[in-house]
Design a protein around this ligand. Structure first.
Ligand code: PMT
Length: 236
């Protein structure tokens, strides 16, 4: 299969020295790309700014902002059989980034924000037979919120993370997730390494691929082919 993975945060510039971002280290998305390659798939990784070495045999497209990530995903969506959106895309960006460093006193006027593009919603029109997997990073009502995103974004699978736990979600090497599929199944996985979570996700994708033999879920199974506007103080 051809698998397109996104990873890491996006950075949305405020001025030349400041940005809005989040705590994503990219570990989860890089683990997904690594598992995809190990299991014999051609893999392209669209990565936000992270401090990780990409897995071997993965083509990496480096991006910074949500707009750039959208452009990279749109460019490769026609190529892929499956999309795994592990990236933590910023939901908001400064409405008008300044070309010059903003003075401390000017900042007190507040920061005007604008919604970034929702990448999954935008590429939904090009889903066709492709398998779409999203992640949901939540701190409360994890399952309910993940199910809502699964339906709203037209996904086949959503990986629900409770990011309020110390040993799961952002930055750490382990994760405790629920795999919730569009057919209503919910598989609660115990605490495991992000590499193991990643393999579960790729195996799930392979189980849905009509061209994939049922015993292909091991590294030996396939031969490796070449590979609304708002301000930060709440005022509109
Ligand atoms: O990178 P790590 O430190 O290893 O941490 C892993 C992780 C917590 C970042 C990752 O496992 C994770 O949960 N990624 C998704 C985080 C997130 O942005 O969730 P969300 O609930 O805001 O978004 C839901 C889905 O929509 C995600 O698949 C996201 O990639 C996608 N999205 C979000 C916003 C946007 N503008 N466009 C999108 O496509």
């Amino acid at each position: 299969m051809k698998i397109l993975v996104t990873a890491g945060p996006t950075r949305e510039p405020i001025d030349p020295v400041r940005f809005i971002s989040n705590r994503s280290s990219g570990k989860m998305g890089y683990a997904v790309a690594g598992a995809a390659v190990r299991l014999g798939h051609e893999t392209v990784l669209v990565s936000g700014p992270v401090a990780l070495t990409p897995p071997e045999k993965v083509e990496v497209i480096s991006v910074v902002t949500a707009e750039e990530m959208l452009a990279a995903v749109q460019q490769r969506i026609g190529w892929c059989d499956a999309l795994v959106m592990a990236a933590a895309v910023c939901d908001w960006r400064p409405r008008s980034p300044c070309l010059q460093k903003i003075k401390k006193l000017e900042m007190s006027r507040g920061l005007q924000l604008k919604a970034t593009p929702d990448i999954l919603r935008i590429v939904r029109s090009r889903k066709e037979n492709r398998i779409f997997v999203g992640f949901a990073a939540e701190t409360r009502d994890v399952t309910k919120e993940a199910q809502r995103k699964l339906a709203e974004k037209g996904l086949d699978l959503i990986v629900a993370n409770d990011v309020s736990q110390k040993d799961a979600g952002f930055e750490v090497d382990t994760n405790r997730v629920k795999l919730i599929s569009a057919d209503g199944k919910c598989d609660s996985l115990p605490l495991m390494s992000k590499n193991e979570v990643a393999e579960r996700i790729i195996n799930w994708i392979m189980s849905k691929d009509k061209n994939c033999p049922p015993d292909a879920g091991s590294a030996k199974g396939r031969t490796s082919s070449p590979p609304a506007d708002i301000s930060i103080d709440g005022k509109r």
